[in-house]
Design a protein around this ligand. Structure first.
Ligand SMILES: [Zn+2]
Length: 399
């Protein structure tokens, strides 16, 4: 997706509380300021100063004493798919266990969908994410699982998201059952060949029932040789080797991190690999949450993302994820907001988004609330009033 930068300047006036995520700019680790104006020019933050002192601008958003936070960075979603798994969710809530096989029903629906049908679903979800305050979005393939279908899923992904990830190694498709090695050869060979130019990242679902550490390592090595950055779905359902592999391979992010031991924690703490927590998945599968407190107290960099997908976390709301992180994973409201913005940026190795200092991309959310703590304090209430990306108002309830 090509980023559209606003031509004129935009003044956000009368901000009651501004979270900059630039500690040098204001109070505390989130760099919080009160009673300020902010101007975006050329797509970047160009001015922050006391309310009433901003230079004139071409457009105006009146914050009127409300809270402004950096736009959310959702670093983990699966938006390219067809079909619906509400019946599976309903059955699970009635007590049936989650089985990874549910992915295959989405694979069948995705393969039989048209390119246009896939684009319609992905576009609708990407717009929904924007309306909920997400200004930087990652999304993946992974429901095609053939050279043709992974390739066309990535074409769709590139039309709706800035950050695109090749996930040919999501599960082994049914036609390769009993021939996992052949499928791994396909994923790191002809499929990678067809997909590498359409993606920035390669991801592998390293899990019992998906891909073991040896296969995952082979795929990640091949992707790295093609210039792709690395991410790993790691330690979601069981304790395995995924986190250690992610660190060993220098992956930008190990995602899920639900089942960790001391060695995993130490590996993450001594690395540049971000632990991306996806509590929407535990919520929607009624499973135990990751130990965010232990990760944070071990100095691991933590990100939060939605994992939006039709099977195990069908939400685009980062505010909902923040509320879960605070209530269920014992993160403070400040820690959760940081993880959903600056943390997501780290997980994508981006330094231009996730913060609102001078020169940062002009991505912000005006909340209909006086402080950012309301994101967790008022769960289930949509507080997102206005969303700005690179100086453009991309969603607004009223202006
Ligand atoms: Zn995922």
């Amino acid at each position: 997706v090509r980023l559209e930068v606003a031509r004129g300047s935009l003044l956000v006036s009368g901000i009651g509380e501004l979270v900059t995520n630039r500690p040098g700019l204001g109070a505390g680790p989130l760099g919080v300021l009160h009673g300020v104006d902010l101007v975006i020019d050329g797509g970047e933050v160009a001015f922050i100063g006391a309310a009433g002192t901003a230079p004139p601008a071409d457009a105006l958003v009146e914050a009127a004493g409300r809270c402004v936070v950096p736009g959310f960075v959702d670093s983990h979603t699966h938006l390219v798919f067809a079909g619906d798994r509400a019946a599976e969710f309903t059955a699970r809530m009635a007590g049936e266990p989650y089985e990874a096989g549910g992915i295959l029903s989405t694979v069948a629906a995705t393969r039989s969908a048209s390119d246009l049908g896939l684009l319609e679903v992905a576009t609708k979800l990407a717009r929904e994410a924007e309306a909920h305050g997400t200004t930087t979005l990652e999304t993946k393939s992974g429901y095609g699982l053939s050279v043709l279908d992974e390739s066309r899923c990535l074409d769709v992904a590139g039309k709706v998201a800035e950050e695109v990830t090749y996930l040919g190694a999501h599960v082994v498709p049914p036609e390769y059952r009993g021939r996992e090695h052949d499928y791994v050869s396909l994923v790191k060979g002809p499929m990678l060949e067809a997909c590498a130019a359409k993606a920035k990242w390669c991801d592998v679902f390293c899990e019992k029932g998906a891909f073991g550490p040896e296969a995952a390592r082979e795929i990640l090595q091949a992707a790295r040789a093609r210039g792709l950055g690395l991410r790993v779905h790691a330690n979601q359902l069981t304790h395995g080797e995924g986190v250690k592999l992610a660190v060993e391979m220098g992956a930008a992010s190990a995602d899920h991190c639900t089942h960790l031991d001391r060695a995993d924690l130490e590996a993450l703490a001594g690395s540049t690999t971000v632990a991306t927590l996806l509590p929407g998945a535990e919520f929607s599968t009624r499973s135990g949450y990751p130990d965010a407190r232990l990760l944070l107290d071990s100095q691991v960099t933590v990100a939060l993302a939605t994992d939006c997908n039709p099977g195990t976390s069908y939400t685009t709301s980062m505010a909902f994820v923040i509320a879960l992180a605070v209530r269920e994973m014992h993160m403070t409201p400040d820690e959760a907001l940081w993880a959903a913005t600056a943390g997501g940026a780290r997980a994508l190795r981006r330094d231009d988004v996730g913060a609102l200092g001078l020169g940062d991309r002009g991505d912000l959310v005006v909340l209909d609330a006086p402080t950012s703590a309301h994101l967790a304090y008022r769960p289930g209430v949509d507080l997102v009033l206005t969303v700005v990306r690179a100086g453009h108002v991309i969603a607004s309830k009223r202006l």
